[in-house]
Design a protein around this ligand. Structure first.
Ligand SMILES: *Cc1c(COP(=O)(O)O)cnc(C)c1O
Length: 357
């Protein structure tokens, strides 16, 4: 039986994406070759690639003047590519958790970093507010959803300098005003597809700001834009699954529908947490992530956390163990997780509480 998959990443994929990928792995559209065997320069793959880019642009309403790339290296490679290309003197970063901290560490290899605000002293359990973005920096970098601590910036912010955003774990969960950003990037393995491919939405104009001359060819955005992500062999099979995921998102009604579903699923689970005497949330209401829902057991029941993870697994709910830096539970409710899965977890919580409180 299919489980309810709450994994933080790689994570649940839609039935449509899994089924069509499995068919294409055996035989791509009846051409007698697997998607794993076709040339990335074949007309079959170029058609798939172009549709993937077009669908991504359509679903996210990406304005004119932006390019979409599908690269290898993960979001983590972008942590160094962004400063390598754009940090000429000083950049500003918002420090909201493990992933931003890693991005900051890479940026420091290339220049000065101004950490405009950080919630480190609160174990990153909230989003810092009331900071000012300096206007004398090369760019400002944010992580919109903090996958590990379960906090999220749900509004597109205004920035006086180019805005770079890691949207690995909340891309496609809501409509985004792409025009406010200069780069949006992320690993595909949370809302967009399987591991192995990274998306980058980049404003073409910003390429003019690159002044460093010693950037390796592979790490230059200009190379990747000019070669249409085909400077080297892109992750062909992973891109196929991204296309299937985008087709699924479109068939579901696009981002307005994904946004409503994300709200409904997270409301269902947070309500259960807030109405429980056994479970409690770890993030203040205004900063709660809709994608990664973190909670723990109250002091009195702390020793039952491991037991509840087994109990939830017996109800087919898998992947809810919290990250070691927070403990407790993290239920990741990405786009492809159906609301029935969240209901199954809520039922498991209620039943467990009845039996053990
Ligand atoms: C998962 C994740 C990453 C790391 O992605 P990789 O593709 O594994 O490099 C970076 N940032 C955020 C917000 C993530 O959730």
């Amino acid at each position: 039986m299919r489980k309810h998959i709450f994994n933080a990443g790689p994570c649940v994929l839609s039935d449509m994406a899994r089924e069509n990928t499995s068919k294409a792995i055996l035989d791509l559209d009846g051409i007698g070759q697997s998607i794993m065997e076709v040339s990335h320069r074949s007309k079959e793959f170029i058609t798939i690639f172009n549709e993937t880019v077009d669908l991504f642009k359509e679903i996210l309403s990406v304005p004119e003047g932006y390019s979409v790339l599908f690269l290898g290296g993960g979001a983590s490679m972008q942590f160094c590519m962004i400063p390598f290309n754009f940090l000429n003197n000083k950049a500003a970063y918002l420090d909201t958790g493990t992933w931003s901290t890693k991005a900051i560490k890479e940026a420091r290899l290339f220049g000065e970093v101004d950490v405009v605000a950080s919630s480190a002293d609160d174990n990153f359990l909230h989003i810092p507010k009331g900071y000012t973005i300096p206007d004398d920096v090369d760019y400002f970098h944010i992580t919109t959803n903090n996958t590990i601590k379960g906090t999220e910036i749900l509004k597109d912010i205004d920035s006086p300098v180019p805005l770079m955003a890691d949207m690995s774990s909340d891309i496609l969960s809501r409509p985004v005003d792409v025009s406010k950003y200069d780069i949006i990037y992320g690993g595909a393995q949370k809302n967009l597809g399987p591991a192995g491919v990274t998306f980058v939405i980049i404003k073409d104009e910003i390429l003019e700001r690159v002044t460093r001359s010693n950037i390796p060819t592979m790490l230059k955005y200009r190379t990747q834009v000019e070669k249409g992500s085909m400077f080297n062999t892109p992750p062909v099979t992973a891109i196929f699954t991204v296309r299937e995921t985008l087709r699924w998102v479109k068939s579901m009604g696009g981002l307005e529908v994904m946004n409503k579903l994300a709200q409904a699923k997270s409301d269902l689970l947070y309500n259960a947490i807030d109405n429980s005497s056994m479970f409690t949330g770890t993030v203040p209401v205004e900063d709660r992530s809709r994608m990664n829902i973190c909670f723990v057991m109250t002091e009195k029941y702390k020793d039952k956390e491991a037991d509840f993870i087994s109990f939830a697994a017996s109800r087919s709910c898998v992947g809810i163990k919290g990250h070691r830096s927070v403990g407790g539970f993290r239920a990741s409710c990405y786009n492809a997780l159906e609301i029935d899965g969240v209901q199954a977890l809520v039922d498991a919580m209620n039943d467990y509480e009845k039996a053990n409180a």
